[in-house]
Write a protein that binds this ligand. Structure first.
Ligand SMILES: Cc1cc2nc3c(=O)[nH]c(=O)nc-3n(C[C@H](O)[C@H](O)[C@H](O)COP(=O)(O)OP(=O)(O)OC[C@H]3O[C@@H](n4cnc5c(N)ncnc54)[C@H](O)[C@@H]3O)c2cc1C
Length: 236
């Protein structure tokens, strides 16, 4: 089946994660869920905008959870329409696709996200929890302020055997959430924290400048580019 073909998705439920960020639970029109793997996304279309291309939204749930969710920050035309859509509404979207996921199972994994770009990592973390809970995983999440700490409670309760999460808060002097620093993340913060044997996998997700800068700094620090996978959220 053509993955980019448009399908009707029905909104089954909505939840506010943090102010301005909404999780939508979707099914296909017949009530079933599409097939997907953790880390994939769908393209959403609003034909009346006159924009022929869709916009991508990562699937924030893992397949074994048996719910299909998108988690969206309201920042503009498409995202506002998603966040303000009602339960029962139909939205047009592609089937899931994309290849943003760890390649190996046993090696240490480092996830680095800025802001809303943590969404595929929620799916990936839940997938690892389901399939390989002893894997060593370290998450770095950079956010503007405490209110942006999406999925914080869930991350704090995640029962992965070797999991650590660190928040960097860039625009608040006294964050109310546990945090590593009140500044931008530096590559040294990452490499001081994780032991990075050559097979460690790094997944970066954020806006273009964030992923580019961290990728560059990691490679300059000696991490092999084959072990760094990136997804840029605001590429269009
Ligand atoms: C692979 C992929 C996966 C994605 N997954 C998600 C997801 O899970 N959840 C999600 O919310 N979005 C996700 N996005 C982003 C999404 O596709 C849209 O780009 C986003 O929702 C903005 O579209 P819009 O029409 O709402 O905003 P637009 O009407 O296009 O306006 C966006 C405005 O915000 C500005 N802007 C750009 N970057 C940022 C930023 N980082 N923070 C604040 N403002 C910014 C722009 O300059 C512009 O003025 C993903 C993108 C890609 C490529």
């Amino acid at each position: 089946m053509n993955k980019t073909m448009q399908h009707n998705f029905i909104i089954q439920s909505k939840k506010q994660e943090v102010p301005g960020v909404t999780t939508l639970s979707l099914t296909l029109e017949n009530g079933s869920l599409p097939e997907w793997t953790a880390g994939q996304y769908i393209n959403i279309h609003f034909p009346d905008t006159g924009t022929p291309e869709g916009k991508a939204y990562s699937i924030s749930s893992a397949p074994h959870e048996e719910v299909f969710t998108l988690t969206v920050r309201d920042i503009g035309e498409f995202s506002r329409r998603l966040c303000t859509a009602e339960v029962g509404d139909t939205i047009l979207g592609s089937l899931p696709y994309g290849f943003f996921a760890p390649e190996y199972e046993g090696t240490p994994l480092v996830l680095i996200a800025s802001g809303i770009s943590i969404t595929p990592f929620r799916a990936i973390l839940q997938d690892i929890l389901h399939k390989n809970p002893e894997r060593t995983v370290t998450l770095f999440h950079t956010i503007r302020n405490s209110a942006d700490a999406i999925f914080l409670e869930e991350l704090q309760k995640l029962t992965l055997g070797n999991f650590s999460a660190y928040h960097f808060v860039t625009r608040e002097d006294n964050p109310t959430i546990p945090h590593r620093a009140t500044r931008r993340i530096h590559v040294n913060d990452i490499l001081e924290t994780v032991s990075a044997p050559p097979e460690t996998e790094f997944l970066l997700c954020g806006n273009i400048s964030f992923t580019r800068d961290i990728w560059k700094a990691l490679t300059e620090a000696g991490i092999h580019e084959h072990n760094i996978y990136t997804e840029a959220f605001f590429g269009h």
